[in-house]
Structures are given as structure tokens and as C-alpha cells.
Design a protein around this ligand. Structure first.
Ligand code: HEM
Length: 245
């Protein structure tokens, strides 16, 4: 005989659903998707460094990526899913925190934490806007439609001239300013984001945590220096001068 309690067990949420929407589940998902995005940012920078090896190296790297065909689309969809999950679960956590503390903080409360949380959301949104601009700029190529017509020969094959596109893109001071500001906010977001990973994963020893947080800031600023070096090398130091003009 099926009792009412056994039928409610059968129709209730499964343990995975309960865990995912628990506080720790949401924090873990934000942390894991954050780690995936950091790995992408590191990998993308290493690929972009091919610009310093010259046009053929950068175009070959871009061509190898495009040659992945359907696998590239799986990676792209995975990346979009990771971004959506990161934002969605961050918003759920924010809502949960607001519901748990509906009243405004009194003066003695840790103001630093609220300012920090608010800045993370704002910097996250601006980074998202920057990435959308970046995709319109270099992937969809609608910011400067002349990018669509840039082609070159690579081992006898007609390929898209990514090198010329990046050089032309960063020959414009306003565009470089947008990138430097976007990258600065990305660094700000990453440096606080990586540091709070250690809290999520339960590293409570304050000395160890301080060391990890320091390492997180060094990593975030090293990424900033690496990324910003490219537009600055083009605009200020004339990298690839004459290409794509
Ligand atoms: C100086 C900085 C950067 C340069 C020079 C750069 C360069 C490029 C180029 C050339 C492409 C197009 C590749 C192609 O389709 O042939 C691209 C795509 C992309 N970039 Fe960047 N990037 C920079 C910063 C960033 C940052 C900071 C992020 C993320 C936070 C980012 C995320 C992406 C994404 C998601 C794509 C699309 C990849 C795809 O086609 O699937 N980029 N980037």
C-alpha cells in the first residue's frame, strides 16, 4: 500500500536538485563556473600572445581553432552555458542574502562586505558588456565591417587575416580605451572573485587565506598586464605598423 508520505517522497525534489539550490550548492556552482572562466581567460591570453610571433603565427593559431569545426561550437556553447550559470546562481545568492537580511545594515555591520558585493555585481555586468562588445568587434565583426574583408594566404590557403584585424582594431585610441577599462574591471572582478573562492572551499586559516588571496591578486594583475600589453603595443609602440591600413 502506498502511504501519503511515500508518495510525497517520490514526487518531491531529488537530492541533486536540493543540493544545487542549497546555499552551499549555489556557492559551489558560482565557484566552479568562475574557475572555468578563469581557465578560459588564461588560455585565451596564451593564444593571443601569438601576435608577438608575427602574422603567420597568429593566423595559424586562429585557423587551427576554426578547423575544430563542430568541436569549436561545443566549446562555444559550453562557454555560454558556463557564463549563464555563473550569472544565474550569483543572482540567486544575491536574492537569498537580501531575503535573509531584508533590513539595511546598521553602522557597526561590516560595510566593506556590502560595498564589495555591490562592486562585484557592477564590475561583473560591465565585464559582460565588454565581452559582448569584444564579440561584436572581433568575432561577429560588426563594429568595423571592413574586418570581414580581411584575408591573407597561409600555406597557400586563403584564410581570415586575424592579425591584420587586431592591428587595425587597436590602431584606434577610443577602442583601446574601451579595452583598457574593460580589462581593468575584469581584473578587479577576478582578483576579488578568486579570493572569495577560498572562502567557498572552506579555507578558514587566516594566514593561509591571506597568502592565497595575495596569489589571486598577483594572477589577476599578471593577466591584466598580459592582455593590456597587446593594445598598448599596437597603439603606442607601433606593433604591426602599416598592416591592415
Ligand atoms: C587584448 C585583449 C584581447 C584580444 C587581442 C583578443 C582577441 C580575440 C580575437 C582575435 C578573437 C576572434 C578569434 C577568431 O574568431 O578568429 C577573440 C574572440 C573571443 N574573445 Fe578575445 N581577445 C582579448 C580579450 C578577451 C577577454 C578579456 C575575453 C573574456 C573575458 C575574451 C573573450 C573572447 C571570446 C569569448 C571570444 C570568442 C571565441 C570564439 O570565437 O568562440 N577576449 N578574441
Amino acid at each position: 500500500m502506498i502511504t501519503s508520505s511515500s508518495s510525497s517522497v517520490r514526487t518531491g525534489p531529488c537530492p541533486a536538485h536540493l543540493w544545487i539550490f542549497s546555499s552551499i550548492g549555489k556557492k559551489t556552482i558560482v565557484a566552479l563556473t568562475g574557475i572555468a572562466l578563469i581557465l578560459f581567460v588564461i588560455g585565451h591570453l596564451l593564444g593571443n600572445f601569438s601576435i608577438y610571433l608575427g602574422p603567420d603565427a597568429m593566423n595559424l593559431y586562429a585557423e587551427k581553432l576554426h578547423d575544430l569545426g563542430p568541436i569549436l561550437w561545443v566549446i562555444r556553447l559550453g562557454l555560454i552555458a558556463v557564463v549563464v550559470l555563473h550569472i544565474y546562481f550569483t543572482m540567486l545568492l544575491w536574492k537569498e542574502n537580501r531575503t535573509a537580511r531584508p533590513q539595511k545594515y546598521i553602522a557597526s555591520d561590516p560595510i566593506k562586505t556590502t560595498v564589495f558585493a555591490r562592486t562585484m555585481r557592477l564590475s561583473g555586468l560591465i565585464v559582460l558588456a565588454f565581452v559582448i562588445f569584444h564579440l561584436a568587434h572581433f568575432t561577429v565583426r560588426v563594429v568595423d565591417p571592413s574586418f570581414q574583408e580581411m584575408h591573407t594566404l597561409l600555406d597557400g590557403r586563403r584564410v581570415h587575416d586575424v592579425y591584420a584585424m587586431v592591428i587595425k582594431g587597436f590602431s584606434s585610441a577610443p577602442v583601446v580605451i574601451v579595452y583598457v577599462v574593460g580589462l581593468f574591471l575584469l581584473t578587479f572582478h577576478l582578483s576579488h572573485g578568486i579570493a572569495s573562492l577560498f572562502q567557498t572551499f572552506g579555507i578558514t586559516n587566516s594566514r593561509i587565506r591571506r597568502n592565497y588571496e595575495c596569489a589571486a591578486r598577483v594572477l589577476a594583475w599578471a593577466l591584466f598586464a598580459g592582455y593590456v600589453s597587446i593594445p598598448i603595443a599596437v597603439l603606442v609602440f607601433g606593433l604591426g605598423k602599416g598592416v591592415g591600413q
